[in-house]
Write a protein that binds this ligand. Structure first.
Ligand SMILES: Cc1cc2nc3c(=O)[nH]c(=O)nc-3n(C[C@H](O)[C@H](O)[C@H](O)COP(=O)(O)OP(=O)(O)OC[C@H]3O[C@@H](n4cnc5c(N)ncnc54)[C@H](O)[C@@H]3O)c2cc1C
Length: 432
């Protein structure tokens, strides 16, 4: 295998993980990245003394292989955190997840949520088929929790109704506490932490880009400023801007699927139609550096309500104090949008700042020292009814043509940093 020409498109974490694992087996490859630096979505930038990520990122692990690998790559540049995640609802803060921490809500709402959840138990033996994510919400949590958090939050985040979504992406992402735990959390703050990321890690210095940089430090043949503009399947060639052509035996692509469809020449009509079925949301991320110390120690807060434009706000300075100057706060805000729910990009920054003031995260007196905008076109693939069929057929077609499409946007899945690293390892074991 080692004399085959393997080309990797994209030097985000997925491309780097494939290259790192290939190299570990003594197999050469070349990586072409269109940006001037590696890292993809997992990048950071320095602005006037503040280190901002391209939207908040934390490291969480379900697998000891990835955990040990990151530990060995980052060494002492790694901080461990007990997550401090919150929900802002009905004018109050309570711990994440909503369903296990109803205690701070107004009493009639706690009652509605508890009654709804106990009804789920009463209906246990007459459960209906789960046809979509909305059914799953109602049948897992009951009407109260659905109405006061699950439906508004998920509609805001996905930008489409939960009824349009399947449950294929869930994979343990939403914690399901027991009846006992829900009742306990309704009378007082729940001591138990829930969810896959109750502990997380983050680089002490330099932001999340330290992870891809650590991978790349030992990888050969990473070419930045090299955008692929065409893939010729017959000739097994790629065209690279400005004027270079490379031959391949295997192409490992982490390019977002919708973009890949424009690169491949002479694609059969039946396949290009499938690409048009792919839907996604986008994330407008505004980062702010503020001349005022944040004492909250919170990592991030979820906002389910329609009246507030962002769905989450996080605090970089609580991920690592080295990300912002002393006595300052650095925060990220995230607004989801899509073709189904567009935003006005001329107004959104103002709107975010107004909403931050409305809920008291910043005040009119606070001095904003820096602001930084990242408009992330591909945020989360939307798992609608067409998703599974379109994705499977597209990936099959690509594989038949020696293109292994992987990564969050290449394999078109809700993937974390860890998932991307693991997929790179598994792919190398499977194919090379
Ligand atoms: C808002 C948001 C928050 C997230 N938060 C977390 C988190 O807290 N924890 C976590 O574990 N994960 C998180 N993730 C997921 C994580 O960022 C991704 O899983 C991971 O970074 C994806 O890496 P990738 O290499 O698959 O894709 P990308 O990072 O998108 O890399 C693809 C690369 O391909 C390059 N490219 C594209 N087109 C071309 C072309 N034509 N020619 C050459 N190069 C090209 C791009 O420039 C890019 O560098 C988050 C994702 C989002 C959207």
């Amino acid at each position: 295998m080692s004399n085959r020409r393997i080309i990797i498109l994209g030097a985000g974490l997925s491309g780097l993980s494939v290259a790192w694992h290939l190299q570990g087996k003594g197999t050469n490859c070349q990586i072409f990245e269109k940006e001037s630096e590696i890292g993809g979505l997992c990048r950071s930038k320095k602005v006037n003394g503040f280190t901002f990520d391209y939207d908040g990122h934390s490291l969480h692990f379900r697998d000891s292989y990835t955990f040990n690998l990151i530990k060995s790559l980052l060494g002492s540049n790694l901080l461990e955190h007990q997550r401090s995640a919150w929900i802002y609802s009905h004018g109050k803060y309570s711990h994440y997840p909503f369903q296990a921490n109803l205690y701070s809500l107004p009493h009639p709402i706690i009652k509605e949520c508890l009654l709804g959840f106990t009804q789920v138990f009463r209906d246990m033996h007459s459960k209906k088929k789960v046809n979509n994510f909305l059914d799953w919400i109602n049948q897992t949590f009951g009407e109260g929790i659905a109405k006061h958090f699950m439906i508004p939050y998920n509609t805001k985040f996905w930008t489409v109704s939960p009824q349009e979504l399947t449950c294929e992406w869930l994979n343990g992402l939403i914690p399901i506490p027991s009846l006992n735990q829900i009742i306990e959390g309704a009378v007082k703050e729940n001591e138990k932490q829930f969810g896959y990321n109750s502990r997380f890690w983050y680089p002490k210095r330099g932001g999340i880009i330290q992870v891809p940089l650590a991978f790349a430090s030992s990888i050969k043949n990473v070419h930045t400023n090299c955008q692929i503009t065409e893939i010729n399947l017959k000739r097994k060639e790629i065209k690279i801007v400005p004027n270079n052509i490379e031959k391949f035996d295997y192409l490992i692509s982490t390019v977002p699927l919708p973009e890949l469809s424009y690169l491949i020449k002479e694609m059969p009509e039946g396949i290009s139609i499938l690409f048009k079925n792919l839907r996604w949301n986008s994330i407008f991320n505004l980062n702010l550096g503020i001349e005022e110390k944040d004492y909250s120690k919170r990592h991030w807060i979820y906002f389910p309500q329609k009246e507030i434009c962002f769905f989450r706000v996080g605090f970089f300075n609580n991920f690592s104090p080295e990300l912002s100057p002393v006595n300052s706060t650095s925060l990220y805000t995230e607004v989801a949008y899509s073709k189904d729910k567009p935003i006005d990009k001329d107004e959104i920054v103002l709107h975010i700042k107004e909403d931050l003031k409305k809920i008291g995260i910043i005040s009119s007196e606070d001095k904003i020292l820096v602001q930084d905008i990242n408009d992330i076109k591909y945020g989360y693939p939307i798992y609608d009814r067409n998703y599974q069929y379109a994705r499977r057929k597209i990936l099959e077609y690509l594989k038949k043509n020696n293109i292994i499409s992987c990564g969050r946007y290449g394999s078109w899945r809700y993937m974390s940093i860890e998932d991307c690293i693991l997929e790179g390892k598994e792919l190398v074991e499977q194919f090379f």
